[in-house]
Design a protein around this ligand. Structure first.
Ligand code: B1M
Length: 210
């Protein structure tokens, strides 16, 4: 039992082992944040590196993602503190054309823990679906995640759709994901950018307070 065994379980895509090792580590008193930041996230980064150099393929990325999710089931209730006073509503989604949801789920979890009500639209969310959610749920923030260089253009398409629908002034837009930068956020006219889930929660609080 160690952070290394969780790392190895996620890296090798062994979901049952990831779950039992995570439980054992939690029982031993390791904080959920340490398991997430020192085992699960580095393992997924290594999966990505191995994919890049041709040593792992899409099905292996998928089984590693499932193993990370098995660990997340146990970490989620500990990361998102219960009973926090609600400070706003955030519509969250991974943009059109993009199926990556682990980072988006983490961001949603941290926002929930910070006191936001979360409306999670899932993955491959079209600009129209974001527009419809803003109309029906009047969120304070629309939070878009993109993991592919090619799908960052869906972020700008969604911002344009919000503008065309006359909703852009009613809602703040926060963006993030591996290929997204502060410079990109500025260029597409987003109100906020965060490089990781923890800073996304801080940024969202700043945005509603502003
Ligand atoms: Co894909 N994939 N993938 N993949 N995948 C990447 C992203 C890639 C970098 C791998 C690589 O080449 N090294 C590469 C993208 C290259 C690029 O465009 N620059 C890639 C590719 C190419 C692809 C496919 C095209 C492969 C193919 O089919 N040939 C394909 C595309 C499918 C599609 O979406 N249409 C594909 C498919 C998949 C799987 C389905 C197999 C699986 C996803 C499963 C799932 O999500 N349920 C998968 C995986 C697992 C990955 C890697 C290995 C891991 C992603 C992940 O979960 N990371 C990834 C490599 C990598 O990232 N190093 C890769 C862990 C997660 C916690 O981090 O998502 O970055 P991340 O989220 C962070 C921050 O980015 C930030 O906070 C999070 C937590 O701190 N953040 C936000 C995220 N959203 C935010 C929003 C915010 C703020 C912060 O505000 C709103």
């Amino acid at each position: 039992m160690s952070l290394e065994s969780i790392y190895n379980a996620v890296l090798s895509g062994n979901a049952p082992l990831a779950r039992t090792e995570t439980q054992a580590e939690l029982d031993a008193g390791t904080p959920a944040e340490a398991i997430l930041n020192q085992a699960c996230i580095p393992a997924m980064a290594e999966v990505g590196r191995l994919f890049e150099v041709g040593d792992k393929f899409v099905p292996e990325m998928l089984i590693s993602a499932r193993a990370m999710s098995a660990s997340m089931v146990l970490l989620k209730p500990l990361l998102a503190a219960a009973g926090v006073k609600q400070i706003g509503t955030v519509v969250v989604g991974t943009v059109a054309g993009d199926l990556h949801d682990i980072g988006k789920n983490l961001v949603a979890m941290m926002l929930e823990g910070a006191g936001f009500k979360i409306i999670d639209l899932g993955t491959d969310v079209s600009p129209q679906k974001f527009v419809d959610a803003v109309k029906s749920d009047s969120p304070n923030i629309v939070a878009m995640s993109a993991l592919l260089t090619t799908t960052t253009k869906s972020i700008s398409a969604t911002i344009e759709a919000l503008t065309e629908a006359g909703l852009r002034n009613q809602v703040k837009v926060m963006v993030g994901g591996a290929p997204v930068t502060q410079d990109f956020a500025d260029r597409v006219g987003a109100d906020g950018f965060a490089p990781d889930a923890g800073s996304a929660a801080r940024k969202a609080k700043e945005m509603v307070a502003a």
